[in-house]
Ligand binder design. Sequence first.
Ligand SMILES: C[S@@+](CC[C@H](N)C(=O)[O-])C[C@H]1O[C@@H](n2cnc3c(N)ncnc32)[C@H](O)[C@@H]1O
Length: 435
Amino acid sequence: MQIDAKLQEGIAAHREGDLQTALAAYKEVLTTDPDHADGLHFLGLLHFDAGKPENAIVLIRKSIEQNSKNASAYNNLGNILKLTDEQDQALEAYVRAVEIEPRHEEAWSNINVLLEGASNNDDLLPILTEIVRLDPDNPNAWHNFGLSLMLAGKRDEAADALERCLEFGADVWSDPVWHARVLCSLGRQDRAVGHLEKIVAANPDDTVARYQLAAVRGDTLDQAPEDYVKEHFDSFSESFDEVLRNLGYRAPELVASEVSELAEQKGTTYADVADLGCGTGLCGPLIRKHCDRLTGIDLSPGMLKKADALNVYDFLVEGELVGFLNSDLPTQFDLAVCVDTLCYLGDLQPFMQALFAALEPGGMLIASVEHLSDPTGPDYKVDPTGRYAHTPEYLKRSAETEGLSYTKEKPVVLRKELGKEVHGLIFHLSKPRKT
Ligand SMILES: C[S@@+](CC[C@H](N)C(=O)[O-])C[C@H]1O[C@@H](n2cnc3c(N)ncnc32)[C@H](O)[C@@H]1O
């Protein structure tokens, strides 16, 4: 009884951030009973909070040796392993958590994040097969089972599992349009359209579902609507960095390395730099040293809040980037970067025109786009995820029409998505110097 009271005292202090009192209480518990499973677990969490993840892993593993049925300990172990880049071991720990407690929401959502960035999951599939068999009313189990089947290349079985997810209703999911989007890419367009039509009928103001429906139907749209972008990224802003890290997202690094190369050739910093669609600011810290003044612009207040917390931007502007470039700017930019943002604009002509006006003579843009590789097809195309890809021929033509030179193009892999590489291009534009 006394030992439990001491543990609770430690947990309460720990929650309030008083690590010293918590440490003293956990130590007292473990002095009385060195194998106390919860004592070891919480002392492990305390070590993690104190910046010692290796100690935390050892302690939580010891705790699990004492009580192998503690799903939360496995989930916490997974979180720490994930942060120390031990993705495979983290996945193993999360799976153990849901084997013990099949409705452990947090562990399922952690499995989901890891699976979205994984390239194979041969060990996991039999376990998930068993979990859906034992708990067939478990939405998270079906969702991750579907993902896992996709990674194994079993497209039809994956589509069956994901269709099953639709039966649980839209309210169950944090991203209610995800299944429709993926079903469409698995060839079940009719099912995806039917599902999205239902969501839109129930809530005609749902901008995300409306745009997703248009994208899945293949409607002709010149760009993603602003209210869609805003809502989508506001709701994604908290998890954006982590989700993208798990997808091996490299676009900011790739663009930043082009900036570094140019800055070195130039031998001086850029005076005024714009990060167009700066998002949470992943590119800012990587290019900051080459900029005297760095301005970020984005439609999503949620993303901008994250960028602001980095303290690397001199100015952050909430707004639409073409409108911003066309506005009465206090200065022209000698460099603009645009990372993974033109995929929300299909028709680039208004962007190119605005960019020309906003760049100073000799000014440059370095941007990434998703690569549409068929030169005989359309100039740009929206895919079921709602993102546009562009042909390099179109990038060049639309830039040159506005007087910009298309000076460099480089094929790259931007990230992984559902087991596949997403191919893109980094390209440079420059505005001619005055003659
Ligand atoms: C995929 S995120 C990329 C963010 C950041 N550049 C990065 O690489 O991490 C795309 C960002 O572009 C913003 N965005 C999309 N269309 C926009 C537009 N027309 N004007 C301003 N921001 C836009 C979104 O709000 C989102 O933050």
